[in-house]
Design a protein. Structure first.
Lengths: 125, 472
């Protein structure tokens, strides 16, 4: 995949937030793969193997935690960095993120600058 | 029996218990009273016989000599005994006195005609001859002796008092006829007193029992009320927590968009096309937030019962027209048709709320038919009601969702619906508004992808204006 893989999978069901993430990460020059449900996210992750996944917690069919666990359990997708997009950041949520094997999380409302910084941080150089 | 059955159905457990208890007490009181009265009567008769026997033995015993019972009494002796017996028994309430010899022959009688009468086998006489006082009750008219001062209409008691001159066997016996009239009166009084005492006692007992049961039942009820209140409070708490969770999630998404796009617009230097797009998205997020706040206020007003509704005759076609005005910029893929029967079709409703209900339903019909199609609004009378239906050719509703579709925050889980924004409050509010106007809402769908029909049923405006308020 060239000298640096700049593909990011966004699993988010709300069109408004998809648009926001798309606009926010544009300066990073990433290729955004989009999934609207948990099962779709797992399928795309397996087929395309993006190095970074932005995962909304409240996904239909399979929620974000389940997707995260599934991706971390599968040797084919285990290498992907996963950043959770959560509505709340309680201690329980942080614990759950760690348990599910997530690499980081962003709390809504997140700012485009935060999101961009997270993407730059987690994408391999 | 019908009023009784109705009364029974409408009476509390304690009431039923009391009624059945009273009935049982009366029956039981009667039975016990009867048994007691019978026992009292026997005892009283025995006592009376004993009393008479004591008097007779005391007053007449010393009157006779052993030789008086050897054969017939000489006339002089007979007259002497007669005077004494008449004199000494006048105040005892006895009707007649006979003196029997041990061989069963009457040697003296206050009714002189009886003298010489012979009793072949008289059990009471035989008993008396062994030294015991014996008695029997003769029914009215059976007394074999003409008795003094009595016409033989009342039962009488015959008392046999042994006449002893030493030794273990009696030489003879007095037979005393006792009028039972006054004895009966005395016994009756005792019986009545006993019955009253028994009845009162049992009634008091029952009253105490009812009090105890009522107390226990009240305590149980209080406890179960407490439990129900606690469960209800827990349910409210749970729903409130759930509500806050969902609301915070629903609020965060448009808020994130508002903050995000405004930050992008402020910090990035981008082409006009992007600027316009982001501004439009910002606007859409703000609209969503506004809509959500509006709906939450509605829900809050509905939950607290603070929503005030007017009642007026509302022309259905006019209300639909007003609702359609908010769809001026309808996507070109949708067509809206209206049809009405029974003009002028008028419902009794709050005009603004009816318009809100219709707006919600038409908005859903458009929203959930993403491929476009026909949205039909039909109004027709049905008996004393008006039916207004909104039918679309859209995503439809799976059968298993029918029951929950009007629940708060419920959204049909369906792949194609996912990209359609919604709070899951619209139909909840719609149903509440319809029901508060004395109507109901029905949903019908052939299933996924086959469209759906929502029908609002409201009271029809009657021809007489006065009837308008009667059916709410």
């Amino acid at each position: 995949m060239g000298e640096s893989d700049r593909r990011v999978l966004l699993a988010e069901d709300d069109p408004l937030l998809v648009a926001l993430v798309r606009a926010s990460v544009r300066p990073a020059g990433v290729e955004l793969l989009e999934a609207g449900t948990g099962t779709e996210a797992v399928a795309i992750a397996r087929a395309r193997r993006p190095p970074l996944v932005l995962l909304d917690v409240g996904l239909p069919e399979m929620d974000g935690w389940e997707v995260c666990q599934e991706l971390k359990a599968d040797p084919a997708t285990r290498g992907a960095r996963i950043v959770m997009l959560t509505a709340r950041a309680t201690a329980a949520d942080r614990e759950r993120a760690a348990e599910a094997g997530a690499d980081g999380y962003l709390t809504k409302p997140f700012s485009p600058a935060e999101l961009l910084a997270a993407v730059m941080t987690w994408l391999p150089a | 029996m019908i009023p009784l059955r109705r009364w029974w159905a409408g009476t509390s457990l304690v009431g039923r218990f009391t009624a059945v208890g009273l009935l049982l007490t009366v029956v039981l009181g009667l039975l016990v009273g009867k048994a007691t009265a019978s026992a009292i009567r026997i005892t009283a008769m025995d006592e009376e016989a004993q009393r008479i026997a004591t008097i007779v033995a005391g007053r007449l015993g010393g009157l006779l000599r052993p030789e008086d019972l050897q054969g017939s009494l000489p006339p002089d002796r007979y007259a002497e005994i007669d005077r004494s017996i008449q004199g000494r028994t006048a105040d005892t309430g006895t009707l007649a006195v006979n003196l029997w010899r041990a061989d069963g022959t009457v040697v003296y009688s206050t009714n002189h005609a009886s003298v010489g009468r012979h009793a072949a086998n008289d059990d009471e006489l035989a008993d008396a001859l062994t030294g015991r006082t014996a008695r029997s009750i003769e029914p009215a008219g059976r007394a074999d002796t003409v008795l003094r001062g009595a016409a033989g209409q009342d039962p009488v008691m015959e008392i046999y008092v042994p006449l002893m001159f030493g030794g273990s066997r009696a030489a003879g016996a007095f037979e005393v006829y006792r009028d039972l009239h006054d004895v009966d009166a005395r016994i009756g009084a005792v019986e009545r007193a006993t019955a009253i005492a028994l009845g009162t006692g049992m009634a008091v007992l029952l009253a105490l029992l009812v009090l105890v049961v009522r107390g226990a039942s009240r305590q149980l009820r209080t406890q179960s009320d407490d439990l129900a209140r606690l469960a209800a409070q827990q349910e409210i708490d749970r729903r409130q927590t759930e509500f806050v969770g969902i609301v915070s999630h629903e609020l965060r998404t448009p808020l994130t968009a508002l903050l995000g796009f405004s930050e992008l617009l402020l910090t990035r230097d981008v082409p006009d096309a992007d600027r316009r797009e982001w501004t439009a998205l910002l606007h859409s997020g703000a609209q969503r937030l506004g809509h959500l706040v509006e709906q939450l206020l509605d829900v809050s007003r509905l939950d607290e019962g603070r929503l005030e509704l007017g009642r007026a005759r509302v022309p259905v076609a006019g209300a639909v027209q007003e609702a359609l005005e908010s769809f001026a910029a309808l996507p070109p893929a949708h067509r809206i048709e209206q049809s009405y029967r029974g003009e002028p079709l008028e419902a009794v409703a709050d005009r603004d709320k009816l318009v809100q209900v219709l707006t919600n339903l038409i908005s859903n019909a458009v929203k959930y038919s993403p491929d476009g199609g026909l949205v039909r609004v039909d109004g027709r009378p049905n008996g004393s009601t008006v039916r207004i239906s909104v039918t679309d050719e859209g995503l439809g509703i799976p059968p298993e969702e029918m029951a929950t579709i009007f629940d708060r925050f419920h959204r049909v889980d369906d792949e194609r619906r996912r990209t359609i924004e919604g709070t899951g409050l619209g139909l909840y509010i719609t149903r509440q508004l319809v029901e508060m106007q004395g109507g109901r809402i029905e949903v019908y769908s052939l299933g996924p992808r086959r469209g759906s029909t929502f029908t609002v049923v409201l009271p029809a405006a009657a021809d007489e204006a006065g009837e308008d308020d009667a059916d709410g």
